[in-house]
Design a binder for this molecule. Structure first.
Ligand code: UTP
Length: 300
């Protein structure tokens, strides 16, 4: 580890998108608050940041920010009701989310894109490298990714993105990276990025997934980034500039992730995440798996 790089301690979680794919559920509730089994998706993401050593968390929120803030705050009424009942198990569950991390919030105002959401974090982040975790992207806690990305950033400096190999017909759904191998089999050097390319134009099958460790120079670039695809200020466009010119903000590396990941902003993936995590739970899993087996057998 090179000591000249400052230690990364801040995580930014953009959660200000409109969540239109989940309407009407997301009309008055942020999609990041939708439960995955019995915990809102966003709590898994904050837990992931904390377990990678980042306990200063800035959430970028939007018009429905109240439930997000309340979830990570104390709820004295509920706590005292559970205390009176002597229900220590549920009391611990209520307190868990408010004791997790030091939470900060900033409001995006207009959801002008992920790049714009990240730019809203600039005053809080200052001049240190920082992590970005998308609030609707779940990485299974058994397959730690962010910790490895922090290690790679400490080794090389610059920025680190998370990549996952996808089938060619899926690449148009993601940002895509053109890469060169490095001495580490799970690390690649990124030299170009394209947002949601057609399969024929994609430089690789490496899709960008929702974890980033960014050099603070990204803010200068984002300030000048014009709206791109979909009329939104795209983080991928700003990262592409970082990758193109190492002199500003250092290199961009990618960590190739082969573990379990769920995009809870997509309805199909959201359902798969719930079924998979419920099956694996010690308390719910045995009964649920029995039911699921007989349900599937009846359906076939
Ligand atoms: P998505 O594009 O998946 O979110 O952004 P969305 O726009 O809410 O989703 P749909 O397509 O309308 O259903 C990825 C992440 O970036 C955040 C979202 O909250 C999500 O966590 N985001 C996106 C912002 O914080 N601000 C934005 O302007 C856009």
């Amino acid at each position: 580890m090179t000591q000249s790089h400052p230690r990364i301690s801040k995580a930014v979680i953009p959660a200000a998108g409109l969540g239109t794919r989940f309407l009407p559920a997301t009309k008055a509730t942020p999609k990041e608050m939708l439960p995955v089994v019995d915990k809102p998706a966003i709590q898994y993401v904050v837990e992931e940041a904390v377990s990678a050593g980042l306990d200063d968390v800035l959430m970028v929120t939007g018009r429905n920010k109240r439930p997000l803030e309340d979830h990570f705050d104390r709820n004295y009424e509920l706590e005292s009701a559970l205390q009176k009942k002597g229900d220590a198990g549920r009391l611990a569950k209520v307190q868990e989310s408010s004791d997790l991390a030091t939470m900060h919030y900033v409001r995006q105002g207009d959801p002008k894109g992920l790049g714009h959401a990240v730019l809203c974090a600039a005053p809080h982040v200052g001049h240190e490298p920082f992590a970005v975790l998308l609030g609707d992207d779940l990485i299974d806690p058994r397959d730690p990714l962010l910790k490895r990305m922090v290690e790679v950033q400490e080794q090389h400096g610059g920025s680190v993105i998370a990549l996952m190999e996808v089938a060619p017909e899926q690449i148009h759904l993601y940002g895509c990276a053109a890469v060169d191998p490095t001495a580490d089999s799970d690390v690649v050097k990124v030299h170009d990025l394209v947002e949601k390319p057609a399969a024929a134009d994609a430089p690789s099958n490496y899709a960008i997934i929702g974890r980033y460790v960014l050099d603070p120079h990204i803010f200068d670039i984002l300030r000048k980034t014009e709206p791109g695809r979909g009329g939104e200020i795209q983080l991928t466009d700003a990262l592409q500039q970082l990758a193109a010119d190492e002199k500003v903000g250092g290199p961009v590396h990618g960590v190739v992730f082969k573990g379990r990941r769920y995009d809870t902003g997509d309805r199909g993936d959201y359902l798969r995440a719930i079924v998979r995590l419920a099956c694996e739970r010690e308390d719910l899993g045995p009964d649920f798996r029995t039911w699921l087996r007989s349900y599937v057998a009846e359906e076939m």
